[in-house]
Design a protein around this ligand. Structure first.
Ligand code: ADP
Ligand code: ASP
Ligand code: MG
Length: 412
């Protein structure tokens, strides 16, 4: 039997009506002759609520228990979706991560998928099951404990299943009708793309465009999964949505493909550390040991043998970063003067494979921000992206101004 993977995000399963609507969509594919693996998220808002409860109970929580709590939202929607399909006379069964089993590393709250044995599900498909509804976002560690795959991880569950089962396509149903040049919620001129390259999608996702989790794009690229993003709220044709494709399958593209932003950034400065070999290593080893995801790093110009080290990390990791840096204050002669956290910043980035061959994008980006009176706090670049850290109050303005300046509302 040909097989499809269909993933429904939080807003697409937010209540029983929406679950019924998604189930009808699944029924259409079953009627066409497909076996279907459905991946569901928790109802929208549920995971945030669960994370909030964990933080309130224990700010520097044990990640094993975090996973035990936050994985639970998906269990509810998986069961409800299977029941809804059964009510429509579609043979369906729900599966939690451990039952599949979806095997992961033990990196709790950010686990990576190691393997998905296909035997259990295939046996049930062989016995007449038409739809396997799998709880997204969760797996099981080698120690036998529940793990989660990081926020937005159901996308990765979906692509991993598509790869493991050789699915014809992996359709990601969400609350927008595809991938846009930037988040349509903060820029009304955002334009839907019919196709986007894996490379650009990977950068946009890793820089904050949460329409797909970064790891899902990496997996789709590596295992050549046909990946599509589309709306669960509209009637769909086979051409709907946005296809994520190889670079060579895109004929014409703008120099800049899209603008991404990440609201939850913090800038931390270790003020006045000795400027000598080994200092960066002490600081960033301590942060890494505490599980802090450091993103941008800047070392200021040295003044009389002392320097400031600035880095960015997600806002919700500031407490962990402070803990790690306080613990090494006197270690190895680090002896910094103070630790300053600025939690009122955001990251705005422009992405495009055209930047490989065209210069001047950075200059134009900085000019646009300066014309709007936006001060840049930190800059990083790579071959196909430029990111800046700016005050959070300028986030929408920066995204809209860049979208206008690079004329992203017009196709190439
Ligand atoms: P789901 O719950 O279906 O997984 P998410 O909220 O995780 O949905 O992702 C969809 C959201 O991603 C959209 O509602 C949109 O606000 C946001 N988004 C950010 N950047 C983009 C973009 N470039 N294109 C489309 N959506 C984007
Ligand atoms: N429910 C999880 C989250 O909100 C996983 C997902 O929806 O992809 O992050
Ligand atoms: Mg998501």
């Amino acid at each position: 039997m040909p097989l499809l993977v269909m993933k429904f995000g939080g807003t697409s399963v937010a209540n029983l009506d929406r679950i019924r609507r998604a189930a009808k969509r699944i029924g259409v594919e079953v009627a066409k002759g497909y076996d279907v693996i459905v991946i569901v998220s928790a109802m929208s808002g549920k995971t945030n609520e669960l994370v909030g409860w964990v933080n309130e109970t224990s700010p520097l929580f044990d990640a094993r228990e975090y996973d035990a709590v936050v994985s639970s939202g998906e269990n509810v929607t998986a069961g409800l979706m299977a029941l809804t399909l059964q009510e429509m006379d579609v043979p369906a069964r729900s599966w939690q991560g451990w039952q599949v089993p979806l095997l992961t590393t033990s990196a709790h709250s950010q686990a990576r998928i190691e393997d998905i044995p296909t035997q259990n599900l295939n046996q049930k498909f062989g016995e007449g099951m038409k739809v396997a509804v799998v709880a997204g976002f969760q797996g099981i560690s080698p120690e036998g404990r529940i793990t989660t795959l990081g926020r937005g991880g159901s996308d990765t569950t979906a692509v991993a299943f598509a790869a493991a089962f050789g699915a014809e396509r992996c359709d990601i149903y969400t609350d927008v009708d595809g991938v846009y040049t930037t988040d349509p919620r903060i820029c009304e001129k955002a334009r839907k793309l019919d196709k986007i390259s894996f490379e650009e999608m990977l950068e946009l996702a890793s820089l904050g465009a949460k329409v797909l989790q970064t790891r899902s794009v990496e997996l789709a690229m590596r295992y050549k999964v046909k990946l599509r993003v589309l709306s669960s709220f509209e009637e769909q044709t086979d051409e709907a949505g946005t296809l994520v494709v190889d670079e060579e399958d895109i004929m014409e593209s703008n120099i800049v493909a899209g603008v991404a932003y990440s609201r939850d950034e913090a800038k931390m400065t270790v003020v006045s550390v000795a400027d000598r070999p080994g200092i960066a290593s002490i600081i960033f080893t301590a942060l890494s040991d505490e599980g802090v995801n450091v993103d941008m790093i800047v070392q200021n110009i040295s003044d009389e043998g002392r320097t400031d080290m600035t880095f960015s990390c997600p806002t919700d990791q500031v407490a962990r970063a402070e803990k790690a840096l306080l613990a090494i204050k006197d270690a190895g002669g680090l002896n910094y003067a103070e630790l300053v956290a600025d939690t009122d910043v955001c990251k705005v980035s422009v992405v495009g494979i055209g930047m490989r061959s065209q210069s001047g994008v950075a200059a134009k980006m900085f000019k646009v921000l300066s014309d709007e009176g936006i001060n840049i706090k930190v800059i990083t670049t790579s071959e196909i992206k430029i990111s800046v850290l700016v005050d959070r109050k300028y986030m929408e303005l920066a995204v809209q101004a860049l979208h206008d300046a690079f004329e992203l509302d017009k196709a190439a």
